[in-house]
Write a protein that binds this ligand. Structure first.
Ligand code: FAD
Ligand code: NAD
Length: 471
């Protein structure tokens, strides 16, 4: 191995955190190397996460709509068929186009991209086992750990990505399973349950808690979500824990038990999806060679400037604290390069939106009612239902509400929670309002085009400090 010149920044991991940091650093005139072992850039998000899941969600929704939601619109279709191989091809086309696009962007910004697995030799030197064979050594004045996360395994249930799958396997099943049991009713569980249920699987979601949606979803919105997903035919077993699994027969067998203590029950499924959360991934990174600390959940410990205890080694994205979201990783990636180059950067962790891409979509930003209650912070709530919004009515798509939470004295917006059509796009307006410290009156006095779903957003703001017009 030969040591090359010292780079200004060496990035380990070419996911959203790593590739965005690489582009930003290139733009800032730094000499950058990005090391990625997957063979393609974009990490979990582009290869086996955000992008392929949204392709399957979008196209399964379209298929389901054509099958079940056309006659009353005056559209008669017949002979509708699903071609699963081509359905998956459409997903692969989206993924390939985007990962290649990222490779082009790295080139355009002068980033050196090395395909291989990086391991710390010491605090300044990284050894790369190249994908094509052989080894290289890279030295960096600054080093960024952006190695992301992996699915948390379920003890005793071995993942083969065919019958017992993580989200990765669930995004590439070769056949529509007759029965699918999803362990974990968080975002991955509910998005994948939606996809396969729309394609015809009988889906049962087993969730340990009494509520679905994972951490952060407003309780009231989570209840509405549960009701709507049940109406779509997905079955739920809440307050239920999986005790053990058996893969020795044709069907996978799961023993489940009421989390509150009750009768054990057995569930059979052609495919089981394990979606109980994700954990930081730092395997083979050689952290032991630099005595790097991890917290009890395996996260790299950093300070407010993303520095580890070795100041020129920093970490952003899923491998460290905070919500495991692509746009959070992206914000941090820009900020960390700004810290390196200029000494200051900024991420507002109070205004990071979350979106669950089911139908209807669920989206939120800021504080939930339960958060505020727990902190004894006074608040005021205003809601507006999509059933009173003209565009939603025109589209025959009226399930859901916009809910706003504001300070009762200053009227400053504290949180927005939406379940409804296009909630994922609409939440950008809530995020902007929160960033700018808007009051709900500011939002209500902003003219919104008619007829749009966004008028429901404006009317919820009206309902928060005064009264909505159309409800
Ligand atoms: P990753 O994307 O995991 O990237 C890390 C990269 O580092 C990987 O490519 C890995 O191969 C590489 N690597 C690791 N170790 C080494 C090493 N030693 N040497 C070289 N390379 C290494 N988030 C959203 O915001 N919206 C969504 O809709 C969404 N949908 C999702 C759907 C699914 C099914 C999943 C699983 C996740 C989803 N996420 C979504 C979460 C999102 O994918 C992550 O938050 C995001 O990918 C984190 O980016 P990252 O760069 O920190 O990590
Ligand atoms: P999650 O934390 O959102 O949900 C996991 C769920 O599993 C929780 O509801 C939890 O109570 C439940 N659970 C845990 N152990 C269990 C057990 N033994 N039995 C039954 N239920 C159990 O995690 P996830 O859905 O796996 O997603 C992982 C990460 O990926 C999240 O951080 C999420 O933000 C991210 N992600 C985001 C999107 C998006 O933004 N649209 C999509 C997919 C994934």
């Amino acid at each position: 191995a030969t040591a090359s010149e010292d780079k200004d920044l060496v990035i380990i991991g070419g996911g959203v955190a790593g590739y965005v940091a690489a582009i930003k650093a290139g733009q800032e005139g730094l000499k950058v190397t990005c090391i990625e072992k997957r063979g393609t850039l974009g990490g979990t998000c582009l290869n086996v996460g955000c992008i392929p899941s949204k392709s399957l969600l979008n196209n399964s929704h379209l298929y389901h709509q054509i099958l079940h939601d056309t006659r009353h619109r005056g559209i008669e279709v017949s002979d509708v068929k699903l071609n699963l191989a081509n359905f998956m091809k459409a997903k692969d086309t989206a993924v390939n186009g985007l990962t290649k696009g990222v490779e082009f962007l790295l080139k355009k910004n002068g980033v050196e991209y090395i395909k291989g697995e990086g391991t710390f030799v010491n605090e300044n030197e990284i050894k790369v086992a190249l994908n094509d064979g052989g080894e290289a050594t890279v030295r960096g004045k600054n080093i960024l750990i952006a190695t992301g996360s992996e699915a948390t395994p379920f003890p005793g249930l071995e993942i083969d990505e065919k019958r017992v799958v993580t989200s990765t396997g669930a995004l590439s099943l070769e056949k529509i399973p007759e029965t699918l049991v999803v362990v974990g009713g968080g975002i991955i569980g509910l998005e994948m349950a939606s996809v396969w249920s729309r394609l015809g699987s009988k889906v049962t979601v087993v969730e340990f808690l009494g509520q679905i949606g994972g951490p952060g979803m407003d309780n009231e919105i989570a209840k509405s979500t549960l009701k709507l997903l049940k109406k779509q035919g997905i079955e739920f077993k809440l307050n239920t824990k999986v005790i053990s699994g058996d893969t020795s027969s044709e069907k996978v067998k799961l023993e489940v038990d009421s989390a509150k203590g009750g009768k054990p029950e057995s569930l059979d499924a052609e495919v089981v999806l394990v979606a109980i959360g994700r954990r930081p991934y730092t395997a083979n990174l050689g952290l032991e060679n630099i005595a790097m600390e991890l917290d009890e959940r395996g996260r790299v410990i950093i300070d407010s400037e993303y520095r580890t205890k070795i100041p020129h080694i920093r970490c952003v994205g899923d491998a460290t604290f905070g919500p495991m979201l692509a746009h959070k990783a992206e914000e941090e990636a820009v900020a960390v390069v700004e810290y390196i180059k200029k000494g200051y950067g900024h991420v507002n962790y109070g205004a990071i939106p979350s979106v669950m891409y089911t139908h209807p979509e669920v989206a939120w930003v800021g504080q939930t009612e339960q958060d505020l209650k727990a902190q004894s912070i006074p608040y005021r709530v205003g809601t507006f239902p999509f059933s009173a919004n003209s565009r939603a009515k025109t589209n025959l798509d009226t399930d859901g509400i916009v809910k706003m939470i504001a300070d009762p004295e200053t009227d400053r917006l504290l949180g927005v929670h939406i379940i409804g059509p296009n909630a994922g796009e609409m939440i950008a307006e809530g995020t902007l309002a929160l960033e700018y410290g808007a009051s709900t009156e500011d939002i209500a006095r902003t003219c919104h085009a008619h007829p749009t779903l966004a008028e429901a957003f404006k009317e919820a703001a009206m309902a928060t400090h005064a009264k909505a017009i159309h409800f």
